[in-house]
Design a protein around this ligand. Structure first.
Ligand code: IMP
Length: 424
C-alpha cells in the first residue's frame, strides 16, 4: 500500500483529522498536499483535544514523519504557533516534520486582502487566512516560496516587488494604510531562522521513501465540494482537495496511488456561503449542530447542517475515485426518531442525472428524500460493527447501496477508541 489518499468527500469538516490519526499508526509518512491554515483538523487523544491547521494529523504517531507538501500555502506564524502548541504538550517535532521548499508562503498582505475582499464584495465566507490571495500570487507567478527564505537578497527583492503592487491596491482600492517593507522582511528572516532545518525537497524525500518500500498517507484538507475545479464554484477554496491534488501537491506520480478513502460525515455540513441542497434551516438543523458540535475548528463559525446527500456523494466518489468510505459522526444521528436521506434531485419536474455545476440550478433544485427509522440509542461505547442497533446498520447499508461504495470504518465519537472497523 504505497500511497493511501484520504479525501474529504463533502464540504470539509468530515473528521479527516481523527481518521488520519488512527490510520497513521500503520504508515511511515503522513503528507499534507493542499490548503493552508484554513483547515482545522481535530484529534482527540485521551481527554486532550488538539486542533491542527497545517501540521499533518500523523504527528501524534511517534514513528511517523510528517510532510507539508509543495501544494500547501504555509503561514509561518501559524506554523510556529502550532509547533509551540505541540511543544507545550511535551511533543517535539524535531526530525519528524519536513516542509517542501516549493510550498508558497502566506504573507501579511494576503491575509489583509482576503479580509478586505470579503468585506467589500466577494462574500464567499472565507476563513480570512489569506488562502485565496496566496494562490492568486502562485498562479500569477509572483508568489514567494519557502525556498526564497534561504536567500536574503532574493527574499528582499521579491517582498519588495510584491509590496509595491499590494500597497497600491491597499491604498487605492481599499483606502488602507500601506504595509512597511522592513518590518515584513525582518519578520520573515526571523521565521527562516526557526524553520530552516525543516525545509527540504519533499518530493525527492517522498519518492525515495516510496522506492524503498515505505508507506505514505496523503492527507487532504477541506473537501471535494470546495475544490477549485470541481466544487460549488465560486463558493470554494483555492486549491484541489480532490484526490488528483495529492500527486501535484506532493510531487509524486499517480502510479504510486493504491488506495483512496473518502471521509464521509453521516449527514452534511458546510461553513461559509454557497449552495447546499439538503440544508436544514429549522429545528432539525439546529439539533444536528448542537449534537454534532458543528462549529468551525478554525473560525468558530456555526456550520450549516443538513441531511446526507447521496447525489453529492455519487459525484464526489466519481471525481475522487473513492473505493471505500470512513463514515463519521454516526452517533450524532442517535437523537432522531426518523432520519432523511436525499436520494436524488428534481428540477422543473425532471430528475437530474448528475450533480449540477451552476449556482442557479443548485439553488433551485428540490431534493428528493426517503425517510428511515432512527435507532434512538447511544452508539458511543459500541466497539464492534455487529453490536450496532439494527436501524443503524440499515442506515449504513442504505448509504452503501445509494453510493455504490462500501463503508470500511464507522466513527461513533471523537476519541481514538470510538472507531469501528467493518469487514467489507
Ligand atoms: P478559504 O479557504 O479560507 O479561502 O475559504 C473558502 C471557502 O472554503 C469558505 O466557504 C470556507 O468556509 C471554506 N473552508 C476553508 N477551509 C475549510 C475547512 O477546513 N473546512 C470547511 N470549510 C472550509
Amino acid at each position: 500500500m504505497p500511497v493511501h489518499i484520504i479525501v474529504g468527500s463533502q464540504w470539509g469538516d468530515e473528521g479527516k483529522g481523527k481518521i488520519v490519526d488512527h490510520l497513521s499508526e500503520h504508515v511511515d509518512i503522513v503528507a499534507r498536499y493542499q490548503g493552508g491554515a484554513n483547515a482545522g483538523h481535530t484529534v482527540v487523544i485521551g481527554k486532550q483535544e488538539y486542533i491542527l491547521h497545517l501540521i499533518p494529523s500523523g504527528i501524534f504517531s511517534e514513528n511517523v514523519t510528517c510532510v507539508i507538501g509543495n501544494g500547501v500555502v504555509v503561514d509561518p506564524a501559524a506554523l510556529l504557533e502550532e509547533i509551540e502548541m505541540l511543544r507545550s504538550f511535551g511533543m517535539d517535532i524535531k526530525g519528524r516534520l519536513l516542509i517542501s521548499h516549493n510550498a508558497h508562503l502566506i504573507m501579511p498582505y494576503h491575509k489583509l486582502l482576503d479580509t478586505l475582499r470579503e468585506e467589500q464584495g466577494a462574500k464567499i465566507g472565507t476563513t480570512g487566512r489569506g488562502i485565496g490571495p496566496a494562490y492568486i500570487d502562485k498562479f500569477t507567478r509572483t508568489g514567494i516560496r519557502i525556498v526564497d527564505l534561504l536567500d536574503r537578497d532574493i527574499l528582499r527583492t521579491k517582498i519588495k516587488a510584491n509590496l509595491d503592487e499590494k500597497n497600491k491596491m491597499l491604498k487605492q482600492i481599499y483606502g488602507k494604510e500601506e504595509l512597511k517593507l522592513e518590518s515584513i522582511i525582518e519578520q520573515y528572516q526571523e521565521f527562516d531562522k526557526q524553520i530552516d532545518e525543516l525545509i527540504t525537497d519533499t518530493s525527492y524525500y517522498l519518492n525515495t521513501a516510496l522506492a524503498e518500500g515505505k508507506t505514505v498517507l496523503a492527507e487532504g484538507a477541506q473537501g471535494a465540494l470546495l475544490d477549485i475545479d470541481h466544487g460549488t464554484y465560486p463558493y470554494v477554496t483555492s486549491s484541489n482537495p480532490t484526490s488528483g491534488g495529492a500527486c501535484t501537491g506532493l510531487g509524486i506520480p499517480p502510479t504510486f496511488i493504491t488506495k483512496i478513502t473518502g471521509i464521509v460525515k453521516a449527514y452534511t455540513t458546510r461553513v461559509g456561503n454557497g449552495p447546499f441542497p439538503t440544508e436544514l434551516t429549522g429545528d432539525d438543523g439546529e439539533q444536528l449542530r448542537r449534537w454534532g458540535n458543528e462549529f468551525g475548528a478554525t473560525t468558530g463559525r456555526p456550520r450549516r447542517c443538513g441531511w446526507f446527500d447521496a447525489m453529492l456523494l455519487q459525484y464526489s466518489a466519481r471525481i475522487n475515485g473513492i473505493r471505500e468510505m470512513a463514515l463519521t459522526k454516526l452517533d450524532v444521528l442517535s437523537h432522531f426518531d426518523e432520519i432523511s436521506i436525499c436520494t436524488g434531485y428534481r428540477l422543473n419536474g425532471k430528475m437530474l442525472k448528475t450533480f449540477p455545476s451552476d449556482e442557479k440550478r443548485l439553488n433551485n433544485l428540490i431534493p428528493v428524500y426517503e425517510t428511515v427509522p432512527g435507532w434512538k440509542q447511544s452508539l458511543t461505547e459500541i466497539k464492534q460493527y455487529c453490536d450496532l442497533p439494527a436501524q443503524a446498520k440499515q442506515y449504513v447499508a442504505r448509504l452503501e447501496e445509494l453510493t455504490g461504495i462500501p463503508v470500511r470504518i464507522v466513527s461513533v465519537g471523537a476519541r481514538r477508541d470510538q472507531t469501528i472497523f467493518k469487514d467489507v
